[in-house]
Design a protein around this ligand. Structure first.
Ligand code: 48F
Length: 259
């Protein structure tokens, strides 16, 4: 069988172009493919919501790959075990309320679930700015991550969405861009990001779910970005709260879309 070099290029260029064109208009754009963003993507897409997930890195998975201090095991607690069961992720009971799982299996399963549920995932794309009209976030300004890294003066492209989900982890990078552009306009007590608080796993795990909500019209926060925005403790390599936060935000956005 013949294999033409340029046919391979043509296949990639044409099919990627279709993907990119398809993400011009989404119901929800999730920025960040860590555990919370991936769970949200899976739930939203499964519910028939047109979902796009962007991540600036080559690999999706955020901080989950490295477990704790590069030991690729993670811990979850009882309240999140049902999510592992739903996604057929294997785990072991270490002690009462402590379950361990292989972080590589977790990221792979969360990613496959999101993609197979119908979420469009684009890696190597960075969000560099936001589109705000009539006091509501309407979309994002994106660029190749390589353009961001090279610091070359390359103009970006724009994509639209009904809702944006900041799942960018500790940086809460969409929230920070919003505040950078428009000042302290968040739904926090003084309108500014409240910032992450020190390590306290038990509190942080509860707060990450409580703090998962709308931070500005059209902009939701989940995962560590929720604790960075609404002020929650950090919790390290326990991931139940991240998974529950992803589920909660998907539920809330679906409710809004269907209202
Ligand atoms: O940090 P990250 O894994 O987010 P998360 O879902 O989970 C946090 C945990 O991993 C861990 C923890 C658990 O106890 O504390 O930290 O809150 O993933 C965030 C993803 O967002 C991407 C980044 O590459 C990472 O994969 N990201 C960040 N800023 C941008 C971005 C941006 N401006 N554009 C695109 N992607």
């Amino acid at each position: 069988m013949n294999l033409e070099d340029t046919k391979i290029s043509e296949a990639i260029i044409n099919t990627y172009k279709n993907k990119l064109e398809d993400v011009l208009h989404s119901d929800v754009i999730i920025v960040g493919g860590g555990p919370s963003g991936l769970v949200a993507a899976g739930c939203l897409a499964k519910a028939g919501v047109k979902t796009t997930l962007l991540d600036r890195k080559l690999s999706i998975g955020g901080g989950m790959w490295g477990g704790g201090m590069m030991m690729n095991q993670i811990v979850i607690q009882e309240s999140a075990r049902h999510i592992f069961d739903e996604l057929h992720i294997r785990y072991q009971e270490y002690d009462k309320n402590y379950y361990t799982a292989d972080s590589i299996e977790c990221v792979s399963a969360l990613t496959l679930n999101a993609v197979r549920s119908g979420a469009r995932i684009l890696n190597l794309i960075s969000v560099e700015d936001i589109i705000v009209k009539e006091k509501c976030i309407k979309g994002l300004v994106i660029n190749w991550s390589t353009a961001e890294m090279s610091k070359l003066p390359i103009d970006p492209l724009m994509i639209e969405s009904k809702y944006i989900l900041d799942a960018t982890g500790h940086d809460a990078s969409v929230v920070s861009k919003l505040v950078h552009r428009l000042g302290n306009i968040l739904s926090t007590p003084d309108g500014s990001p409240e910032g992450e608080k020190p390590m306290w796993a038990e509190r942080g795990e509860e707060q990450v779910v409580e703090n998962t909500r709308e931070a500005y019209p059209g902009l939701y926060v989940c995962g560590m970005a929720a604790n960075a925005t609404f002020g929650g403790q950090r919790m390290g390599p326990i991931f139940g709260g991240m998974l529950l936060s992803g589920k909660k935000t998907a539920r809330e956005i679906i409710k809004q879309i269907r209202a």
